[in-house]
Design a protein around this ligand. Structure first.
Ligand SMILES: *Cc1c(COP(=O)(O)O)cnc(C)c1O
Length: 427
């Protein structure tokens, strides 16, 4: 007996019966992504299963989202309880979890008071250094940061400078902030007020900082751009230039934040304190939530009515984030990511066909020696491992921060087999 048809197949069959044009007959979803290799139905920890029951080691975590692995019991329990209690009431009302999550984020972002060893239960409770706006995605967190920069800079001082090779989102403004001009062309005209400079080039940045600039927006590790870590010298230089000119230094931690790189936030490797930090991916472990943090004097430029969201900060998403942060702190995920990252990087570097490994913690790229990364990714799926081609020649790995040593070793073994498979078919 064959498996019952999926929703997608039923919808496609319906589209076909209705005489839909060919592209719609293939898929009821807009063709913004290439056809998927797999349909996944279940996950647990670092593992995923497809419709036919095949098992895959997930080394990608839904693009650095499920940092605690799939179906984490503490997150599932929090969602279950919140779903039975209160899902949503709008931001016209206060709710239980959002202020707690905001306080925790402020503490993890690090303040002198918090860093001095304050523990829950100690009194007096230190003041928060910044304030948080909750939203639903990374792009929305950056939209908030961009609006904050414009409000802070005032009329005529609204430009946001970002780096070539960066990624900040797909809304019109965050697309323009994204330093990939080829992606802009078909959507011109894009919102005004964005400027791009060469990555890791302080002189280029300095030359771009005229009096119209309100903020600099950078990733501490360019994720989508190929897993390119910033150097300490670069970030310290950016901080100095921003301080000299009263420009905001905004750091996009949407992919790097919350333990992934071996620190709570990747800027903490780089000797700077930013004015604004955006985050999203790992915050809900798969439940959509984003956040924009700004130090208090910057956040204070927003007045009621300047920015808003229907769903942002709602009880379901913030219950998930509260549970996520609770597990992350209890498990000390930055330390786990640092250790596991060393093991994974060493394993990858030992694979015949990998020429270099770069990244921080458990956000890694393996540069391939003359092989097409997409071919290796496809071979890896057949070997039961999920990763992605972050550039035409490099694999990206962003596994669960709770991944075990045995799982790391199994992953390295499967990737080594996939590289060998791809090499054989290329020969
Ligand atoms: C993924 C990502 C975004 C966009 O997040 P969405 O939730 O897809 O809108 C923004 N910035 C960085 C650095 C990212 O990695």
């Amino acid at each position: 007996m064959s498996a019952p048809p999926t929703g997608i197949e039923l919808a496609a069959a319906h589209a076909e019966a209705m005489g839909a044009p060919a592209p719609l007959r293939r898929c009821p979803l807009m063709p913004t992504y290439a056809a998927p290799a797999l349909q996944l139905v279940r996950g647990e920890g670092a593992w995923l299963w497809d419709r036919d029951g095949h098992e895959y080691l997930d080394l990608l975590s839904g693009l650095a989202v499920t940092s605690l692995g799939h179906a984490h019991p503490a997150v599932a329990a929090a969602l279950d309880e919140q779903a039975r209690t209160l899902l949503h009431v709008s931001n016209l009302f206060g709710t239980e979890h959002a202020p707690v999550v905001a306080r925790t984020l402020d503490r993890l972002l690090g303040t002198p008071a918090w860093a001095d060893g304050w523990q829950p239960g100690d009194a007096p409770v230190p003041e928060m250094r910044g304030q948080v706006f909750f939203c639903n995605s990374g792009a929305e967190a950056n939209e908030c940061a961009i609006k904050l920069a414009r409000r802070f800079g005032g009329r005529g001082r609204h430009v946001v400078v970002s780096a070539l090779g960066s990624f900040h989102g797909r809304t019109l403004a965050t697309l323009h902030a994204t330093g990939q001009p080829a992606k802009h062309e078909v959507f011109q005209p894009l919102p005004e007020g964005f400027r791009h400079v060469a990555w890791a080039d302080l002189d280029a940045l300095e030359a771009a900082l005229d009096p119209t600039v309100a903020a600099v927006l950078l990733e501490p590790v360019q994720g989508e751009g190929g897993v390119n870590p910033a150097s300490r010298g670069y970030f310290e230089g950016v901080r100095r230039l921003c301080d000299e000119r009263g420009i905001l230094f905004m750091v996009d931690e949407v992919q790097t934040g919350l333990g992934r790189t071996g620190r709570w936030f990747a800027f903490q490797h780089l000797g700077v304190v930013p004015d604004v930090v955006t985050m999203a991916k790992a915050l809900g472990n798969g439940v959509p939530i984003g956040a924009c943090w700004a130090r208090a004097e910057v956040a204070a430029v927003f007045q009621p009515g300047d920015h808003a969201t229907t769903y942002g900060g709602q009880p379901l998403a913030t219950a998930a984030a509260r549970a996520v942060l609770g597990v992350m702190e209890a498990e000390d995920v930055p330390t786990l990511a640092e250790r596991a990252g060393e093991r994974l990087a060493a394993g990858l570097a030992g694979i015949d066909g990998v020429s270099a490994v770069r990244g921080l913690g458990l956000l890694l790229a393996a540069e391939l020696d003359g092989l097409d990364a997409r071919a290796v990714v496809a071979a890896a799926v057949r070997r039961g491992a999920i990763l992605n081609a972050v550039t035409p020649s490099a694999l990206r790995l962003a596994p669960s921060l709770l991944i075990s040593d045995e799982e790391i070793d199994a992953g390295v073994e499967r990737i080594a087999a996939a590289v060998a498979d791809a090499r054989r078919s290329a020969a």
